[in-house]
Design a protein around this ligand. Structure first.
Ligand code: 5AD
Ligand code: FES
Length: 367
């Protein structure tokens, strides 16, 4: 009797596995075939995380897709972190307003232009102006800086990453010559968004900003951290649904890393492996997307950025900020490349990229 029952249970389990296997296979086929995905499809895809065979298959397909669109090219973006003042208080971020231990700095227009000059000399053809939400830089000041950079370097693309602004501000910046805008959505799940941000911020506004940016003709970047506190496969499936809906030209995905002066100081860091898995999924979901192997990935794993490229990424963003201030732009602990001169950093990255079998290029690398 007992033996019969055990046999029956084993049969049911086998059937269950087979059924699960069929479901995930279907979802993977849809993703590889670039068909519209449902949230359930994404949940199936995410259930394959941790399974060697699915991970390997998605990685191989992602690399094929990237190769088809971009060959072996890796694009560089020179990152200028021009202010670490921020009026927001995102719970995960080291430069949040509430962190009284953060040593604050701002670059002058001349210093920003100095970074561009050095960057241009080194071969960069995209500059990324990134900062906290700092009211010191009024629209008028930003427009002046954007005009000056575009006038001096008409061969370069200019990316902004200044957080949430009004449609009107985004319009002014676009008219002044800005080409691209990075604004990670952070999470597409309401409850998860609330866990990560104070009440003064809202997911609805974040999404609106991203749609405004798209409407204004910016090449737009969204994205999220992996392993942020409270993240689940459900919330990740929603992130993927949102990326599918928004169709961003760029996507930034890196692991969450705790910062010692935040509410999440004691939380575990995100997983490198899950980040790599997501990079492959996003490459397949958005075949032509410009996808960086992030500094956060390189911080958690000495070969993180190389692994990111091997998973489907095609962008790196070395730092052009003055070495004097680098450590102060501390979103999370132990950030790499804060002691190196820009030229050293670029050389190091170039060596790494070429050793990994790719070709670092100095094109603008538009979508
Ligand atoms: N760990 C990893 N990434 C972080 N960011 C902010 N804080 C952290 C952290 N603790 C990311 C956010 C933001 C981007 C500029 O940096 O996703 O959008
Ligand atoms: Fe910055 Fe290696 S990339 S030191």
């Amino acid at each position: 009797m007992l033996i019969e029952r055990r046999k029956e249970l084993r049969k049911q389990k086998r059937h269950g596995f087979r059924k699960a296997g069929i479901m995930i296979r279907k979802a993977v086929e849809k993703l590889i075939g670039n068909q519209p995905m449902s949230k359930e499809d994404f949940l199936e895809i995410l259930s394959g995380y941790g399974d060697r065979a699915w991970t390997e298959l998605l990685r191989e397909e992602a690399v094929k897709v990237r190769k088809r669109h971009y060959g072996l090219k890796v694009f560089t973006r020179g990152l200028i972190e021009f202010t670490n003042y921020c009026k927001n208080n995102c719970y995960y971020c080291g430069i949040r307003k509430g962190n009284s231990h953060a040593v604050r700095y701002r670059l002058t227009e001349e210093e920003i232009l100095g970074c561009c000059e050095e960057g241009h000399r080194l071969g960069f053809r995209t500059f990324v102006l990134q900062g906290g939400e700092d009211p010191f830089y009024t629209d008028e000041k930003m427009v002046g800086i954007i005009r000056k950079i575009k006038e001096t370097y008409p061969d370069c693309a200019l990316t902004l990453s200044l957080g949430e602004k009004s449609y009107e501000s985004y319009r002014l910046f676009r008219e002044a010559g800005a080409d691209r805008y990075l604004l990670r959505h952070e999470t597409a799940d309401e409850a998860h968004y609330r866990l990560l941000h104070p009440l003064s911020m809202s997911l609805a506004h974040r999404r609106q900003c991203l749609y405004d940016l798209k409407a204004l003709g910016y090449q737009t970047g969204a994205g999220m951290m992996t392993g942020s506190p409270g993240q689940t496969m459900e919330t990740l499936a929603e992130d993927l649904m949102f990326l599918q809906e928004l169709q961003p030209e760029m996507a930034g995905v890196g692991p969450f890393i705790p910062h010692h002066d935040t509410c999440f100081a004691g939380e575990p860091a995100g997983s490198v492996e899950l980040t790599l898995y997501l990079l492959s999924v996003i490459r397949l979901l958005l075949p032509r997307v410009l996808l960086p192997a992030t500094t956060a990935l390189g911080t958690l794993d000495p070969l993180g950025r190389e692994k990111g490229l091997a998973a489907g990424a095609n962008v790196v963003m070395p730092n052009l900020s003055p070495v004097r201030d680098r450590k102060k732009y501390e979103l999370y602990d132990n950030k790499i490349c804060t002691g190196e001169e820009s030229a050293q950093c670029l050389e190091c990255l170039e060596r790494r990229i070429e050793a990994a079998g790719y070709e670092m290029v100095s094109e603008r690398g538009d979508f």
